[in-house]
Design a protein around this ligand. Structure first.
Ligand code: ADQ
Length: 480
């Protein structure tokens, strides 16, 4: 490719921030993909001359590196078997359940671990190839926990940060992992490790103390000198991720989005109360608990259609993993039952949409909803909560938010709930509906202030400042 091949700023994440789309005439186009990380990193990459290393989404040979949306995209090949073992297996059937309180049991398979190691090494090699001398390398998330140490081995000259988008589990759960030491050692290859909550960073530090015998003090882990390598100190702290407040707020203020919001309400039969849920279809999101609470409120007669209706958008996710197939069946059965028992012709009690939507439509939905139900059993942050607040420039609406999300640690003016407590959740939903408009406005104003002051740029700046100030400068090898 006719372009500079090394970069001062390199991002590595499981997926590239684009999806391959084949047009009607067979021409290949790359479209920006939806999802938490992409949404967040988009504004970070804007204006920087950087490279992004990641999987392009198709199995087999990877496309040649290419320029797209102001970034150099460097695809890493992943085979069909590796998708099964590294991605669906180890990442999403081993790590994901352990890191989310074992809501479903984790599965441990040695071949999955081997694939995870192999793919992590491939990522590390790709990073080593595109990183310029002394570059800043920012590695993302639980799929790439071995990458920091692998990159350090290959390129001791670069500065390495890692950000954990999901929770880091309490040491008692982390201890179940047969590969716990390798994972910790992998992460400790970084100079700085960022987490969503302080509790996550503390869980990590504690795991290093217990399982590696490392010496720890506050936010730092110190590794003794080893085989001629000097002693190193790694810092782990909280830097909560956020949304592009300015961009999303502006989008929600456009006449098109406002008109669409009104249109959505009208086409739902202009209910007095519109409840909304927006999630990946994932068992961590508490969709079943939310539906159960709603179903009981209808059965008790405390809510009734067509005065109230509930729109649940559930993005398809990890559809080949068994726990996700089961969840889908359960959710769809429940939606069918609720509509069978409580719907009427032209006014179903639940509008269930198993689809992805463009940002404009999401913003319109947020703007249309009276109550946003964010009820995860465990969630690293939950950007949906922050997006909802961002879209409510009218200071309308109410946010019901689970205390088990990272977002709850910032959004204290939300209507807090424990989704395991169905009775409590029902009360909270009723309170969110019934609170006086002027009180809700006051709460929403405070929520919006918090998100506006701590947007995605603040997050990225803080992460990069922490990485820059991390206790140790990288080693400088004369030949690097
Ligand atoms: P996710 O588990 O994917 O992210 P979340 O933070 O809510 O969860 O992000 C989902 C994103 O996808 C949001 O931007 C949302 O608007 C978008 N989205 C959801 N449904 C959609 C649909 N049907 N169509 C289009 N877009 C849709 C992981 C962690 C989180 C953490 C983020 C970022 O699990 O805890 O907040 O990464 O760090």
């Amino acid at each position: 490719m006719a372009r500079r091949t090394t970069f001062d700023f390199v991002i590595a994440a499981n997926r590239l921030p684009v999806d391959r789309v084949v047009g009607p005439d067979g021409e290949v186009e790359w479209h920006r993909s939806p999802g938490g990380l992409v949404t967040a990193m988009d504004s970070v990459m804007r204006g920087r001359d950087g490279a992004w290393v990641g999987w392009a989404g198709d199995t087999g040979d990877a496309p040649e590196p290419f320029d797209e949306a102001g970034m150099w995209l460097h695809p890493v090949p992943v085979s069909a078997e590796e998708v099964e073992q590294y991605y669906e297996g180890f990442s999403n059937d081993t790590l994901w359940p352990i890191y989310h309180d074992v809501i479903v049991p984790a599965r441990f398979r040695r071949v999955w671990w081997q694939a995870y190691e192999r793919v992590n090494r491939r990522f590390a090699e790709a990073i080593a190839e595109v990183a310029a001398k002394g570059a800043v390398v920012w590695v993302h998330d639980y799929q790439l926990q071995l990458v920091p140490a692998m990159v350090r081995e290959l390129r001791p000259d670069v500065r390495i940060g890692w950000f954990d988008h999901i929770p880091f589990p309490p040491v008692e759960l982390f201890a179940q992992l047969p590969w716990r030491q390798q994972l910790l050692t992998g992460l400790l290859g970084a100079d700085y490790l960022g987490f969503q909550r302080q509790a996550d960073a503390q869980n990590f530090v504690r795991a290093c103390r217990q399982h590696l015998g490392a010496s720890t003090k506050g936010e730092t882990v110190t590794l003794p000198s080893d085989e001629g390598r000097p002693q190193r100190t790694v810092r782990a702290s909280a830097v909560p991720i956020s949304v592009d407040f300015e961009g999303l707020d502006a989008l929600a203020r456009t006449p098109e989005v406002q008109e669409r919001a009104a249109e959505i309400r009208a086409s739902l039969g202009s209910p007095k109360t519109l409840l909304l849920g927006v999630d990946r279809l994932d068992y961590t999101k508490g969709i079943r608990h939310r539906l159960k609470a709603y179903e009981e409120l209808l059965a008790d007669g405390r809510l009734s259609t067509p005065d109230v209706t509930f729109v649940q958008v559930a993005t398809p996710s990890r559809e080949r993993v068994e726990a996700y197939k089961q969840l889908r069946t359960e959710v769809e059965t429940t939606v069918g039952r609720i509509n069978g028992n409580h719907g009427a012709i032209g006014s179903p009690a639940v509008h269930y949409l198993h689809q992805s939507y463009p940002r404009e439509e999401m913003a319109a939905l947020f703007l249309a909803a009276d109550v946003m139900l964010v009820t995860p059993l465990r969630d690293g942050m939950n950007l949906v909560a922050k997006e909802y607040v961002t879209c409510r420039h009218d200071n309308g609406g109410a946010l019901v938010l689970s205390e088990f999300t990272g977002a709850w640690h910032e959004l204290h003016q939300a209507f807090v709930c424990n989704p395991h407590d169905i009775e409590g959740l029902k009360q909270t939903i009723l309170r969110a509906i019934g609170t006086e408009a002027k009180d809700k406005e006051r709460l929403m104003r405070a929520l919006r202030r918090r998100v506006a002051d701590h947007d995605v740029r603040v997050w990225a700046d803080r992460f990069l400042a922490n990485l820059e100030a991390a206790p140790e400068r990288p080693e400088r090898r004369r030949d690097a």
